[in-house]
Design a binder for this molecule. Structure first.
Ligand SMILES: Nc1nc2c(c(=O)[nH]1)N=C([C@H](O)[C@H](O)COP(=O)(O)OP(=O)(O)OP(=O)(O)O)CN2
Ligand code: ZN
Length: 139
């Protein structure tokens, strides 16, 4: 089995609704996303001969996924009043509403699914919330 690994980061704010402690308040992270993709075989055509996928393509794809969340305020659906979300949007803030609590674990699954959706066989997705703390998802 071959695997490739690349990483990219984004800066965004979030909070954990229902959490008892400081993480219930709005705060920011430099989220570091590490993606590993896998394949039993390598490509054989000229340009990609001997490659699982061109690193350039893999980097482009993860960058697009990560950039969607960059410099945004990530909110779990139904955890803020609609009028609060509307007011933030009216102020021009970049708001991303997700169906799940934005923990490192759930964000790892999110990136796993996004990359699978792009056609990759994902080995694992890891998300660092801080330089020392990360969560991974794999199947
Ligand atoms: N299993 C998880 N635990 C926690 C998560 C998570 O995603 N998965 N997230 C948080 C908070 O988002 C918080 O930002 C992280 O908290 P903490 O580790 O305390 O990070 P700090 O950098 O603030 O740590 P210090 O040691 O205080 O500098 C909480 N738990
Ligand atoms: Zn946090």
């Amino acid at each position: 089995m071959y695997s490739l690994r690349t990483e990219h980061s984004f800066d965004s704010a979030h909070f954990l609704a229902g959490y008892e402690g400081k993480c219930s308040n709005i705060h920011g992270h430099r989220w570091q996303v590490v993606i590993e993709v896998k394949s039993l075989t390598l490509q054989t055509n000229q340009q990609l001969n001997g490659m699982l996928v061109d690193f350039a393509q893999l980097k482009k794809d993860i960058k697009e996924e990560v950039d969607f969340l960059d410099h945004a305020f990530i909110i779990e659906k139904n955890t803020l009043k609609p009028k609060t979300v509307a007011a933030l949007e009216e102020e021009g803030f970049q708001i991303i509403v997700l169906d799940f609590r934005p923990t490192a674990e759930n964000m790892a699954k999110y990136f796993y699914d996004r990359m699978e959706h792009r056609g990759y066989q994902v080995k694992s997705a890891t998300v660092y919330e801080t330089p020392n703390n990360c969560a991974s998802y794999e199947e």
